[in-house]
Design a protein around this ligand. Structure first.
Ligand code: SF4
Ligand code: SF4
Length: 195
């Protein structure tokens, strides 16, 4: 368990689905592998590239594709804006891949600042969007701290994968289609050991 500090905040998720609608969810090679293994879906079915110049800097690796632009890899959304893995059941918006959800879905409404001591904070605007804040008991953020540390390791590995891929595209050693990238990413993730 990593050392962490964080706010004393009451929080209990009421499964309103708002965070699964508001945000694009960036995924790593490990997320692609984890979800594909758990669902039997092909990454093409649930992931898509989104141009970085259209959405700005997210602080996660981007990949170069054959159109010459950098892209983030994100989970697809439905027309109503909800993540394709969100399912309405008895009036609650449930994550249908909860145990295999991407690492970036494991903190909201908190964000973290990595370091020897993980610092957890409430996400910007979360008080406006998340009705779970202020409900239930004061939240023990140990699980979020652990997920933050795991995500950092995953992100470091993904950075290397993206760098290797971008080098291959820049030197025309691969065509640079999104399908090729997905195969490349899955191959990189296979054989690694994850929790
Ligand atoms: S917005 Fe808050 S309460 Fe709603 S699903 Fe997300 S974390 Fe839960
Ligand atoms: S993967 Fe699950 S938690 Fe993450 S945005 Fe989609 S439905 Fe929400």
């Amino acid at each position: 368990m990593p050392e962490w500090i964080g706010p004393r905040i009451r929080f209990k998720c009421i499964l309103c689905g708002e965070c699964c609608r508001l945000y694009w969810v960036p995924v790593t090679h490990v997320d692609l592998w984890r979800i594909a293994e758990g669902t039997g879906l092909k990454p093409r079915d649930f992931a898509a590239p989104i141009p970085k110049d259209a959405v700005g800097e997210w602080g996660v690796p981007s990949i170069l594709l054959s159109d010459g632009r950098r892209h983030y890899v994100v989970l697809k959304k439905r027309l109503d804006g909800l993540c394709i893995f969100n399912k309405l059941s008895d009036g609650r918006f449930i994550c249908s891949i909860y145990d295999r959800r991407p690492s970036s879905c494991r903190f909201y409404p908190f964000v973290y600042i990595p370091g020897d001591v993980v610092r957890l904070e409430l996400a910007k605007d979360a008080e406006r969007f998340c009705p779970g804040i202020g409900r239930g008991p004061v939240r023990d953020l140990s699980a979020e701290a652990e997920a933050a540390a795991a995500r950092e390791a995953e992100m470091e590995s993904y950075r290397e994968v993206a760098d290797r891929w971008n080098g291959l595209v820049a030197s025309s050693k691969v065509g640079g289609t999104f399908d090729e990238f997905l195969e490349f990413a899955l191959a990189a993730a296979r054989g690694l050991k994850f929790n």
